[in-house]
Design a binder for this molecule. Structure first.
Ligand SMILES: Nc1ncnc2c1ncn2[C@@H]1O[C@H](COP(=O)(O)OP(=O)(O)OP(=O)(O)O)[C@@H](O)[C@H]1O
Ligand SMILES: [Mg+2]
Length: 246
């Protein structure tokens, strides 16, 4: 696959903390329109990989391309304007600010002005109608599921080229996760590349086109989700088997 169609690509990525790598030599691609599930046991390096792509953890080596451009993270706060949406494990909401204010912060710079801004918020509220009656409420007073919807809605507002969601189902009832899956799918169908970390593997497989499994920071397996669905042992060996050791 050419780099032009890959909205996200890492080559030989090394990442970690205080100079010690926990992610080693990681090659990863996400194409426009594709949902890639990044799987791995606790501590495998999924969050570190995402945080490094977002520039929140300095990379130790390798390269990262976003929408065909190498990124150096000299200005991590510019990542939204560069087309990256990131729903971190902690969701990163401003709990004192209202739902509406949190949403407005998700708009990219150019979108904050002009009439299209309200239209864009309305469009995203159409995807998450449950947020509409909560617009005036502080984000800290929402339930876990509502907060997750808000975090994803905020990330989608800027129409990111790449949407990364860490632990999508954390703390959510299966029914709510089921309702989020079509949202993730529709973001990809509208042209975004989605990188998804989801502990609940069957849920991830429901929405993913491709699976990348990592173990102790190294890529273990990369395979289409259809192949995984057809051959469950493949992923169970590579992913679930390892989780006992970690
Ligand atoms: N801030 C940090 N400082 C030092 N080490 C860290 C830090 N955050 C994570 N680590 C270590 O880096 C490794 C990878 O952690 P990471 O959070 O990326 O795993 P993960 O795959 O997201 O796990 P989980 O499924 O539990 O969220 C682990 O060994 C972890 O202990
Ligand atoms: Mg994690």
């Amino acid at each position: 696959m050419s780099r032009a169609t890959n909205v996200l690509e890492t080559r030989g990525l090394r990442a970690g903390y205080r100079g010690i790598a926990v992610v080693h030599d990681l090659d990863l691609t996400v194409a426009a329109g594709e949902v890639v599930a990044l799987l791995g046991a606790n501590g495998a390096g999924k969050t570190t990989t995402m945080a490094t792509i977002a520039g929140l953890v300095p990379k130790l080596g390798g390269e990262i391309w976003l929408d065909g451009r190498a990124i150096n993270h000299r200005r991590p706060h510019k990542m939204v304007s560069r087309g990256l949406g990131y729903v971190a494990e902690d969701r990163g909401l401003f709990s004192q600010l209202t739902v509406g204010e949190n949403l407005r912060l998700g708009l990219a710079r150019g979108q904050r002005r002009g009439g299209s801004r309200r239209a864009r918020i309305d469009e995203v509220l159409g995807v998450f109608p449950a947020l509409e009656p909560l617009l005036g409420r502080p984000a800290g007073q929402l339930s876990g599921g509502e907060q997750q919807m808000l975090a994803i809605a905020r990330a989608m507002l800027a129409e990111p080229k790449v949407l990364m969601i860490d632990e999508m189902s954390l703390g959510l009832a299966p029914l709510i996760v089921q309702s989020l899956l079509p949202v993730v799918r529709s973001a990809a169908d509208r042209g975004a590349g989605v990188l998804l970390v989801e502990q609940h593997v069957p849920m991830a497989l429901e929405v993913a086109d491709r699976v990348i499994a990592i173990s102790r920071g190294r890529r273990e397996l990369e395979v289409s989700a259809a192949e995984v669905r057809a051959n469950r042992e493949l992923i169970e060996d590579a992913y679930l088997g390892r989780s006992h050791q970690d």
